[in-house]
Design a protein around this ligand. Structure first.
Ligand SMILES: [Fe+2]
Length: 183
């Protein structure tokens, strides 16, 4: 049996953006995330399709990225009309609650509408939208390892309680086995 290490973390998450320079200004000038890599191409490597684009990567302090594609058509990713606007989002981490407060001040001074600070008991967060309509969160974790351990211990029972009480799925679905992955 092959044993794999646990996947180590986020490399990048990619979204479509309306305009590369507009997005660069927001992420680099406002959020202080350096533009670290740009790929410009006329076809898509994975599919071979002719579709000119630029691919932008903004780098976090831990070396991971948030990335964007500008297809040159002034079109951003369209939010799913069936999904409430607060659901799909991307959360970025800072080290202190004071920094969350400072980001709220900075964003509001730049004319960005900010929701929060919201206390989720394990994190405190603010929420706002980027120029593409992507909901962003800046958050600080406010619990320690002992509380994280309690959450891990309780997680499967909490999920089972939800699953047992939600409407059953319409169709059978396949459940994967995790025997080949190290914890
Ligand atoms: Fe979140």
């Amino acid at each position: 049996m092959t044993t794999l290490n646990r996947i180590s973390g986020l490399h990048h998450c990619a979204y479509r953006c309306r305009n590369a320079e507009e997005t660069r200004s927001f992420y680099e000038d406002l959020l202080n995330l350096p533009l670290a890599h740009v790929i410009q191409a006329d076809s898509v490597p994975s599919t071979g399709a002719t579709d000119p684009y630029v691919h932008l990567f903004f780098e976090y302090a831990d070396g991971s990225y948030i990335a964007f594609f500008d297809l040159g058509d002034e079109t951003s990713c369209i939010p799913d009309p069936e999904t409430p606007s607060w659901v799909n989002h991307f959360a970025m981490q800072v080290k202190t609650v004071t920094e969350v407060e400072e980001w709220k001040t900075r964003l509001e001074a730049a004319g960005i509408e900010v929701v929060g600070m919201t206390d989720h008991e394990f994190v405190k967060s603010i929420y706002f939208f980027d120029p593409n309509g992507i909901r962003l969160e800046i958050t600080c974790e406010v619990i320690g390892e002992s509380e994280r351990t309690v959450h891990r211990t309780e997680a499967h029972a909490a999920l089972k309680a939800w699953t047992d009480n939600r409407p059953p799925p319409q169709n059978e679905f396949y459940k994967f086995k995790n025997e080949s992955i190290d914890a």
